[in-house]
Design a binder for this molecule. Structure first.
Ligand SMILES: C[S@@+](CC[C@H](N)C(=O)[O-])C[C@H]1O[C@@H](n2cnc3c(N)ncnc32)[C@H](O)[C@@H]1O
Length: 211
């Protein structure tokens, strides 16, 4: 998969929007690793929750020109940047400023992507919609993550696949158990140690529909 151009972005804009980092690129690497599998899914609709600068959904859109791509972010400036990153790379992404996927409950996406705010912080910190929303994850770094896990069954198509980046502190096994209760199987797609942080990308799908 190609890394999208980002040379249209003014460095100062990253004071307000998450600057792509190792986690962003690990998620792209996970999609690249799964590229042949993803092609077999022939995805019609893809959603990235919390798209930030837009590099992940744009990379996806570049690899899958036939897929209708959507993104959301709670930070309006991230939505604007996602739109411009998509345009810079000749990709169309419908971008919506909303909490998680709250406006999409009747939609069924074939692919859902999430590089969440995963840092363990005081719960009070994860109530904003500015740059702090990029990292502040509250207790176990899981407060925003867990809210999305609860809606995945409503927004993922029966044969859909959900990719999420986590760190060790998020207790990935608990996430796997939560998703198991919703009927999903988990697989680790890729993992990497970045300085002192172990990052991994998990994918979730329903067994009967995995082909
Ligand atoms: C770690 S950053 C990832 C940004 C981008 N996807 C990337 O990989 O570079 C997390 C993103 O999630 C967004 N976010 C946090 N809470 C959110 C929520 N409740 N609903 C939608 N987006 C949210 C943040 O504004 C931020 O852009």
């Amino acid at each position: 998969m190609e890394t999208p151009y980002q040379n249209h972005i003014d460095k100062a804009d990253f004071d307000h929007v998450y600057e792509p980092a190792e986690d962003s690129f690990l998620l792209i690497d996970a999609l690249e690793k799964d590229l042949e599998f993803l092609k077999t899914k022939k995805p019609l609709l893809c959603l990235e929750v919390g798209s930030g600068s837009g590099v992940v959904i744009t990379a996806f859109g570049m690899a899958f020109p036939g897929t209708l791509c959507f993104s959301t972010d709670i930070n309006i400036k991230a939505c604007v940047m996602t739109k411009s990153t998509a345009q810079r790379n000749n990709v169309i992404v419908e971008t919506v400023n909303m909490d998680l996927a709250s406006g999409f409950v009747n939609n069924k996406f074939d692919i859902v992507l999430f590089n969440p705010p995963y840092v363990v912080t005081d719960p009070e910190e994860c109530k904003g919609n500015g740059i702090e929303a990029s990292w502040a994850g509250g207790v176990k770094g899981r407060e925003v993550i867990d809210r999305l896990l609860a809606v995945i069954p409503k927004i993922l198509s029966p044969s859909g696949v959900f990719y999420i980046l986590l760190i060790e502190e998020n207790i990935p096994n608990e996430v796997i158990q939560i998703m198991k209760r919703h009927g999903y199987i988990a697989e680790t797609v890729i993992q990497r140690k970045v300085r002192n942080e172990r990052q991994l990308v998990l994918k979730f799908y329903k067994f009967a529909n995995y082909d």
